[in-house]
Structures are given as C-alpha cells and as structure tokens.
Design a protein around this ligand. Sequence first.
Ligand SMILES: [Fe+2]
Ligand SMILES: [Fe+2]
Length: 316
Amino acid sequence: MMSANADIVLFVDDEPMILRSIERVFLNSPHRIMTTGDAEQALEIVKKEPVSVVVSDQRMPKMQGIELLEKVKEISPPTVKILLTGYADLATAVRAINSGEVFRFIQKPWEDAELAELVESACSRFALQRSLEGADEAMLLAIAEMIELKDPLTQGHCKRVAEYSIRMAEILTVDKNLLRCIRVGAWLHDCGKIGIPESILNYTGGLVRNHSQWGAEVVRLADMGNEAINVVLCHHERYDGTGYPRQLRGDDIPLEARIVAVADMYDAVTSDRSYRKKRTHEEAVAILRQEQGRALDPVLTQLFIDMLSTCRELDQ
Ligand SMILES: [Fe+2]
Ligand SMILES: [Fe+2]
C-alpha cells in the first residue's frame, strides 16, 4: 500500500516504450511514480504536486531535458533533478553536474538496479533538505552525525572541525551570528557527499569535487544564513587560487571558509582514512606549514598552530 507521504518521482521521456520500462522497474517501489511524455505537462505536475525527484530525458522534441530541469528548479527549488541521457549527451550531462544544475545523470540503456539506486539516493537527498528546513542546532548536529555514520573513518570529523573553527573564530572575536554560521557550516561542510556512491567519492577526478557545490545547494535551500553557505561552498578553495569550485584567491575566499579550511585539513590528516594512516600532531603541523599561503591562509594557519600549542602546553 502506498503511504500518504510517499515520495513522488516524476519521469519525463518522449518515448512511451521508455516510460513503460521505467514503470516496470518501479512496480513494487514504495514511491508514487508518475510519468509523462510531454515537458509542458511535466511542469504542470510540478506546479500541482510536491514532487521529490524529476528524472528527465535530455533529447525531447519540444524542450531539452536541461531546460526542463531549469524550469523545475524555478517552480520547486527543493526537487532533486536527474538527467537521463544517451551517449552523445555525455558532455552536456557532465557540465550540468559540474554547475550544480542536476544531482546526477544516468545513461541509456540503464541497469535497472542502478536506476532504482539512483532514485533512492535522490529521495534521501530530498529528505535531507526537508529535515534541514527549520531544524534547530541540536537537530543539525544529529543530521551531520547521521551523514558520517556511513563512513566509520570520518566519524566525529564534522564535530571536531566545528570545534576547532569556533575556537579560532572566538580568538578573532567575530560576532555571534557569524559564530553560529561557522558552527553550522562546519557541521554540514561535507553534507554534499550524501547520495554519492563510494566509487565516485573515492575517485580523485572531477566529479567528487562537486560535493562542495551540492552541499551549498542543500544548505541554501535550508536557509541557514549566507556565511554557512560560504563555508560549505568554499571549504575547498585554496588561498593561492587553485581550489574549487570557483578558484577564488586570498581574501576573496570568505573568512569563514578560510577558517574552516585550516581546521578541516588538520583534522583530516590527524585521522585515519581508507587510503592512509593518521599523522601525529607534529607531522600535521609540518603539513599545515607547507600549505601556508598555498592551500591555507597564512595568518589563520599561524593562529591555529599557536592556539593548539597553547592548549597542548596547558594539558601537560
Ligand atoms: Fe569536503
Ligand atoms: Fe571535511
């Protein structure tokens, strides 16, 4: 039986055969599956129904898939968008992903299991956005920790990055609102990784780079404040201008993101990861020093190193 709050998943393709085979894949799905061969009609549906996910073909006679998904975004910003493409549209699809326009793409002919999994990830992305709306701080931390549960090696990472960042921000005596945005932004800085399979996350090429953009999109929809968005969007920018997604340089990178970047790097190198063992505090400091002025803001890095050495002395 269909539950009242089942996700609505809308498929748009001009070929009836394709729609029929999609319906077969989702025959026993808990979601409410809707299909249409007409882009205009798809937009009508999005206006009337709370659609969680839209999967659209790229090549359609009246409107291209990308164009349709852009219009979907205007009508319903939180709806998660997936592009269904043929081989010839690969470049378009990758561009759409890189610009953050679409969540993922799937190529025809698809594997049924892969399509089902993709729709599942898209629904969890939608649920994530929903749960962020109106969440208080305790809920936000719980959500961040739930995201980390998927990877035991990163557990506690977001919370520690937030703690380091907050301590730096307090030394810099930033105002209360910025402090709150830094805390929330640090908790959620990697939330764009949700719904991205391991194989893509651990792939060092282009796609994984987008977790900052996807994450920022989620936090933007959740209305967490601009500085929180900045943290998520810019935590992989580099001080020397070679980072991503926008290659910002120096002080063009928002202060809040430069703070979190230092904390993020320190915590990443002092934790075990699947591809390497954790480093000692001294080794981590040496790595941070190497990155002063390259990946990291030199002044903030010095402040961080001094801050840690003071509290380590106090500990002894
Ligand atoms: Fe990240
Ligand atoms: Fe991180």
